[in-house]
Design a protein around this ligand. Structure first.
Ligand SMILES: [Zn+2]
Ligand SMILES: [Zn+2]
Length: 259
């Protein structure tokens, strides 16, 4: 699996030179195998997506908070004639199509997805399922309104995408089991320990809680994602320096990781 970090900013995009190293685009990661192109979330980072050629394209969307779907309206992929398979769990009584059309319709957007040239195929999530020879499993995160943690298994390699997740004793235990022996975990570390004291219940986690999952799961590596929009490059670099392990780092937009 080849993973390209297209956007790792949380909550809202940022711009300016002080964000240039880690990037300002919101949640979007491209996972490629020989035969599949799978996007994890469709935040504004999606606008940086490379051409994936003839590979079938799927989106595994964690939840429809706007930072996770805001790349869709202007994505060249959705403006092409391609078939695009979209997986998103039914929430608030709305299926995948219903959740996307809440954003993509007047008055929030001038037109609906139905007039786009692409061919969207919507799926609810019933785990496990397969995208070619990638096995996709899911776990419910702890997040206001809900969010899905995805696990992708392909040819002996495992990637876990755990964003928009707030730690609890019980959930961390469940996540460590779900991510057992993963090669890589992408983990929501939006807040410092100090910030978290003020942000309890907002549905995000910390570096310390991520490292706990890294150790308890037996996973090889962790990349922190969903950077707080108030954390500039200098701050993220300082947080990274304090990690005290070479098995973890903060996601930089544009980086490519091979598993
Ligand atoms: Zn988010
Ligand atoms: Zn969210």
């Amino acid at each position: 699996m080849k993973i390209t970090i297209l956007g790792a900013r949380g909550s809202i995009p940022t711009d300016g030179t002080e964000f240039s190293e880690f990037g300002g685009g919101t949640s979007c990661f491209l996972v490629e195998t020989d035969s599949q192109a799978v996007f994890l979330d469709a935040g504004s980072g999606l606008l940086h997506a490379p051409d994936t050629g003839d590979k079938p394209v799927s989106f595994l969307i964690t939840h429809s908070h706007v930072d996770h779907i805001m790349g869709i309206p202007l994505s060249p992929l959705f403006l092409s004639g391609k078939r695009v398979d979209i997986y998103l769990k039914t929430r608030n009584g709305l299926n995948a199509a219903g959740q996307l059309s809440a954003l993509m319709n007047p008055p929030l957007w001038p037109v609906g997805l139905d007039i786009y040239p692409c061919e969207p195929v919507f799926h609810d999530t019933e785990f496990p399922f397969a995208l070619g020879n990638i096995k996709v499993s899911g776990m419910e995160a702890n997040h206001p309104g809900g969010s899905t943690v995805y696990r992708l298994d392909h040819e002996g390699k495992t990637l876990v995408y755990a964003t928009d997740h707030e730690h609890t004793e019980e959930k961390q235990k469940e996540l460590a089991e779900f991510a057992h022996n993963a090669d890589l975990i992408l983990y929501d570390a939006q807040y410092t320990d100090e910030e978290y004291q003020r942000m309890k219940g907002y549905g995000h986690s910390t570096v310390a809680e991520g490292l706990r999952v890294l150790n308890e799961s037996g996973a090889k590596r962790m990349v922190f994602v969903h950077h707080d929009p108030r954390h500039n490059d200098e701050m993220l670099k300082a947080m990274e320096k304090q990690l005290g392990t070479d098995r973890a780092l903060f996601a930089r937009a544009g980086d490519v990781i091979e598993l």
